[in-house]
Design a protein around this ligand. Structure first.
Ligand code: NAD
Length: 505
């Protein structure tokens, strides 16, 4: 495997400090080891935050909020525009670092940085458009309206599989809203987080605004400290459903708000009348992109009876011809899993599927190291198999046969998660039924598009155990602000609402 160096342009040498608070770097806590999953080699060691450093970073974000919130939103937007420019300048090396540290192929690594740039542009636009409604007052000579104020410092906890984009969905939008940020990245991907923090510092430090974005590398305990801290009115957490459940309880226990983006178990329904070529391409990217380590990964294909044999054959051929290997090689489509534990989880899922009656159509094996590689795996499965209802973060696709649309929708919804869903059909009637109230129960529902690769302009998120949060586009910015209903009386009377009278005789 190619063990490329950390791109020097990112200025990460030597990487030691994993905490950046108000522009000052430190790190006296537990050491985090960043591993290249394609070679199993160590990339760097990063010193995480001590409990005290975490609390001090939160305090700095809390103090910085006082100034930042008072800047007009378009001025805040201008700083985010400059960060977007810096991200454009560093797209290539940062994209490469994403590939190096989390193992996704280079075009996906650079695509992730492009997503940050897109979000920066989107946030700049938002900085001139966020606003509230004016509502009809029932009282004469009164005006009633809503306004939105900055919320406070926001905790952002992120997962390894989108090590930088998910931060940007939260941080760049929250920043134009007037909030400051404390970021706790995944302990598996501290380097990309440090690189992004440095990019932000370069823009904001000369302006005396370094405390807007703050970084706290660390493990679960650092995340727990953020979830528990009353100075953070909102904690946005992306990761497993297990993590989300813990964060939700901790934040609710102190009457804070949480914004949860958790696991998915996404299905594509393919009906007999579908365009097979289109469907195959969507399934291939959906199931094998990022080596099956996306929250939106296609984990199940629910295929109607007639089309099932064709799909099984063509998917088997496609899975066998995909190049698995070095993510930095442009020919590679599937890189490694993140670590040894992920490889073990893959093996356990394949064994569970086999033991419960699944037929391995192709794959199922771990690829000899170095690196954490596994074969793209296609399993003919039955809907009663419990493993099919789990999210296994690996390139395993379950292929299930269904009678027709109703059965397919019911099977698709019959999981605990509710993130992304798709149907392939040439029938308008079937497509509309899939999108109707009796159709998909997911936060994202696509027709003739796969489950993966959402655009940033729409609100992103899912229902049920996926956590209910919405981030990125549409009106997701509202999560980062507090709403105030205001009524102004410009008349000379004081009428009460609901016709109540309270006058002295
Ligand atoms: P993970 O749950 O192991 O860790 C995610 C983050 O949470 C890490 O930073 C971790 O340190 C932190 N954490 C763990 N336990 C915590 C606790 N008790 N309190 C506070 N913080 C805690 O997830 P992962 O393996 O890094 O990522 C994979 C998971 O993330 C998958 O389930 C995937 O579907 C999900 N994901 C969801 C989305 C989405 O938008 N819905 C996006 C990306 C990833």
């Amino acid at each position: 495997m190619n063990t490329c160096e950390i791109p020097p342009e990112l200025d990460l040498h030597p990487v030691e400090a994993g905490v950046c608070s108000n522009g000052n770097w430190s790190g006296q806590g537990e050491e985090l080891v960043s591993i290249n999953p394609a070679s199993s080699e160590e990339l760097a060691r990063v010193a995480g935050a001590t409990p005290e450093e975490t609390l001090n970073t939160i305090q700095d974000a809390y103090d910085s909020f006082e100034n930042w919130k008072k800047l007009p939103a378009p001025r805040r937007g201008e700083y985010i525009r400059l960060i977007g420019e810096e991200l454009r300048r560093f797209k290539e090396p940062l994209g490469k670092l994403v590939s190096l540290e989390c193992g996704k192929v280079l075009s996906e690594g650079e695509g992730e940085v492009q997503e940050m740039i897109d979000i920066a542009d989107f946030a700049v636009g938002l900085s001139r458009t966020i606003g509230g409604a004016t509502l009809p007052s029932e009282r004469p000579d009164h005006r009633m309206f809503e306004q939105w104020h900055p919320l406070g410092p926001v905790g952002v906890i992120t997962a390894f599989n989108f090590p930088v984009a998910v931060w940007s969905w939260n941080a760049l939008v929250a920043a134009i809203c007037g909030d400051t940020i404390v970021w706790k990245p995944s302990e598996k991907t501290p380097l990309t987080a440090i690189a992004v923090q440095k990019i932000c510092n370069r823009v904001l430090e000369p302006e005396g605004l370094a405390g807007v974005f703050n970084l706290c590398c660390g493990g679960t305990e650092t995340g727990e400290r953020i979830a528990a801290d009353e100075r953070l009115p909102l904690v946005s957490a992306t990761g497993s459903c297990r993590m989300g459940r813990e964060v939700a309880v901790a934040v609710a226990g102190r009457m804070g708000r949480s914004l949860l983006e958790l696991g998915g178990n996404n299905a594509i329904i393919i009906l007999d009348d579908a365009d097979v070529d289109l469907a195959l391409r969507a399934v291939l990217f959906g199931s094998l992109g990022t080596a099956g380590q996306r929250c939106t990964t296609t984990r199940r294909v629910l295929a109607q009876k007639k089309i099932f044999p064709t799909l099984a054959k063509r998917l088997t051929e496609a899975f066998e011809s995909v190049i698995v290997g070095d993510p930095l090689d442009p020919k590679t489509l599937v890189g490694p899993l993140i670590d040894e534990e992920a490889v073990n989880t893959f093996e356990k899922a394949v064994a569970a599927a086999r033991d419960s009656g699944g037929e391995i159509l192709t794959g199922g094996q771990v690829i000899e190291g170095p690196g954490f590689f596994v074969q793209p795996t296609l399993i003919k499965a039955g809907s009663g198999m419990e493993i099919v209802r789990e999210e296994t973060f690996a390139p395993i696709l379950y292929l299930l046969e269904t009678d027709g649309l109703d059965e397919a929708i019911s099977a698709q919804n019959n999981v605990r998660q509710g993130l992304s869903s798709a149907i392939f059909t040439d029938s308008v009637r079937n497509a509309e039924r899939f999108l109707s109230v009796a159709g998909s129960d997911c936060g994202i529902a696509n027709v003739n598009i796969g489950t993966s690769g959402a655009e940033i302009g729409g609100a992103f998120g899912g229902e049920k155990e996926t956590g209910g949060g919405r981030e990125a586009g549409s009106d997701s910015w509202k999560a980062y602000m507090r709403r105030q209903t205001c009524t102004i009386n410009y008349g000379t009377e004081l009428p009460l609402a609901q016709g109540v009278r309270f006058d002295l005789e």
